[in-house]
Design a protein around this ligand. Structure first.
Ligand code: HEC
Length: 217
C-alpha cells in the first residue's frame, strides 16, 4: 500500500511537471511555448531575401547558374497561362503563332543558333536540315521531316512562332519537345538558324559575297 501511494504521487508529480512545462495542446499563450518535440514546425533553413554569412556574397538565395532552363514557362498546354510572344510563340491573348521571331535577330543569335541546332537537331534533321541525320542512317529513326528545300516546304511556310512551338512541344508522333532542355532564347536562336538553312538552299551565287564565291566552286 505504501508503494502504491508513492507510485501514484510520483506519477502525479510527473504529469504536473509535463503539463507545467509543455502546457495543454491548443491553449493560447502570450509567449512561445516550450517545445519538447517540435514536429518540424521550426527548421534550420535559409529563407529567400535573408542575409547569410555562409555564402561569400552574403545572400541566402544564389543566382541561377548560366544556362538554367526555366520550367513551365511558355507551356502551351496550360491554357490558363497567357504570356508574351517571346515565351509562347503566340500573339498574346490569342492562339495564333507569331509570324516573325520576336527577339532581335543578330549575327550573335545566328551563331548561337547554329551551335544549338548542331547539338539538338542535327542528329535527326542533319547538318543542312535535309532530314538525313545520323539517327536515320543507323536506323533509330525511320523518317525525319526535312526542314529545307522542296521536301521541307511545310517547315518553310509555317510561321516562326510555329517552329518555336515545335521545338518546345515536339511534333507528334515522332519528335519530342525540347522545352525542358533548350532555353527560350536558344529556341529562337535555333528558329533563326533554321530560317538561314532554308534560305541558303535557294540562294544564288550573286548573293554570296564576291570574295567567297570562288570557294564554292
Ligand atoms: C530524335 C529526332 C529529332 C530531333 C532531335 C529533332 N527532330 Fe524535328 N522532327 C523529327 C521528326 C521525326 C519529325 C516529323 C514529325 C512527325 O511527323 O512525326 C520532325 C519534325 C520537325 C519539324 C516540322 C517539319 C514539318 O514539315 O512540319 C520541325 C520544324 C522540326 N522538326 C524542327 C526541329 C528542330 C529545330 C530541332 C532541334 C531543336 C529538332 N526538330 C529536333 C525528329 C527530330
Amino acid at each position: 500500500m505504501r508503494y502504491f501511494f508513492a507510485i501514484l504521487f510520483g506519477f502525479l508529480l510527473l504529469a504536473l511537471t509535463v503539463f507545467g512545462i509543455a502546457g495543454i495542446r491548443g491553449k493560447e499563450f502570450r509567449k512561445p511555448p516550450l517545445e519538447i518535440f517540435d514536429d518540424m514546425v521550426r527548421q534550420d533553413k535559409l529563407r529567400p531575401q535573408v542575409p547569410n554569412g555562409f555564402m561569400a556574397d552574403g545572400r541566402s538565395s544564389q543566382a541561377h547558374v548560366a544556362g538554367t532552363v526555366a520550367q513551365r514557362i511558355g507551356d502551351q498546354n496550360n491554357n490558363t497561362w497567357q504570356g508574351s510572344a517571346r515565351n509562347t510563340g503566340l500573339v498574346p491573348g490569342t492562339t495564333n503563332f507569331v509570324a516573325t521571331i520576336p527577339v532581335p535577330v543578330t549575327a550573335a543569335l545566328l551563331d548561337r543558333g547554329r551551335e544549338r541546332y548542331n547539338i539538338s537537331c542535327l542528329p535527326c534533321h542533319g547538318a543542312i536540315g535535309d532530314g538525313n541525320g545520323i539517327t536515320k542512317k543507323i536506323g533509330a529513326m525511320a523518317i525525319v521531316a526535312p526542314l529545307v528545300g522542296e521536301a521541307g516546304k511545310n517547315a518553310i511556310i509555317i510561321p516562326d512562332g510555329q517552329v518555336f512551338h515545335i521545338i518546345s512541344q515536339g511534333k507528334a508522333p515522332n519528335m519530342q519537345g525540347y522545352a525542358a532542355t533548350i532555353e527560350i532564347n536558344d529556341r529562337w536562336a535555333i528558329v533563326a538558324y533554321v530560317r538561314a538553312l532554308q534560305r541558303a538552299r535557294f540562294a544564288t551565287l550573286e548573293e554570296v559575297p564576291a570574295a567567297d564565291r570562288a570557294t564554292l566552286k
